[in-house]
Design a binder for this molecule. Sequence first.
Ligand SMILES: *Cc1c(COP(=O)(O)O)cnc(C)c1O
Length: 396
Amino acid sequence: MSHHKNYSDLTKSVHAGVSDNEHLAVVPPIYQTSTFKFHNADHGARLFSGKEDGYIYTRMGNPTVEALENAVAELEKGYKGLACASGMAAIHTVLSAYLKQGDHVVCSEAVYGPTNTLLATIFKKFGVETTFTDTDDLAKVQQALRANTKMIYVETPGNPTLAVTDLEEVAKVAHAQRAILVVDNTFASPVLQKPLLLGTDIVVHSLTKFLNGHADVVGGIIIAKDEESYKLMRKTLNLLGGTLGPVDSFLVHRGIKTLAMRMERHCQNAQKIAEFLDKHPRVDKVIYPGLKSHPGYEVAKKQMKCPGGMISFEVQGGVDGGKMVMDSVKLCQLAVSLGGVETLIQHPASMTHAIMGREQRLEAHITDGLVRLSVGIEDADELIADLDQALNKIKS
Ligand SMILES: *Cc1c(COP(=O)(O)O)cnc(C)c1O
């Protein structure tokens, strides 16, 4: 569909990445093969030298995987995509392609936990230093810069505080420093936010979340803005080896057909639920960029189509209050991960962040009663009724 670049995201979600193929299949077939034949020795030589396009070996490229890569690249308005075995494989590939010993990174404080640990342990071990700071505060970003800062890495909205970073502004800061801006766009999806149009150099996603949307695949993707960046990262991915297989690529591509439609419903439901929680007597605080009380409300309005499907809220009764809600919900499912059609709920203090220790946890803004909700596409009133009966079990 490369000749249909101006279609809306609703139309693109359905058609992006689907190109004509040998048998005119409406859906790209699953090429479940590890390797591809050459017509003859010269053909093989031309493919290896890059003089002719074609497939050689699935780690280096596969038509089913490429169809997915093209679909996400079209939605992000980027040059090309690189599908990876997981979101972490995508992040690791970008960091490996662009950083070397002695370099410095400025990274959002509100960032996916394993991204923080990857930078703070493995990349630190290889001589890359990282400063974690609130990237929604430009003065703090400026303060964190050093002469050797090569990358600013931003997640927006961030995890789990939903901090919103102004991408246009932080891109200016990065480029004045001759550093690149990398954005994890997982929480927004390309339908709600297009970082490359706001000056970002590289976008990464966990495909596991909204892009696939059906909680049945783990995958990741990188979107490059130009050929030079794409070639560097493709070479890196070929060597690191964290590529996505054809069947998983097919499933994610199928999930994307409803992406724009799903995101609309995620946003409508989340707004309605956030407003309900905001008035509930057992809820002390609601964190959602679609509420005027959120510090990122204006920036979210400027750079996002709508504020997304993730809500964090603080219930009364501390850790016990949080656990009571977890044990009382019937429709919301108690599980980590996010972005699927089903509503998921989790309690960081007793689950994902329990090993952190209370003091460190509070420093990271993860309070005792904090609950994280990934709002699905079910009936909003039925979700509200479920949350209401669970919240009412907390003793006042
Ligand atoms: C889940 C997630 C990741 C990691 O993705 P995996 O597919 O689990 O490896 C990275 N960033 C964000 C924001 C995520 O939510």
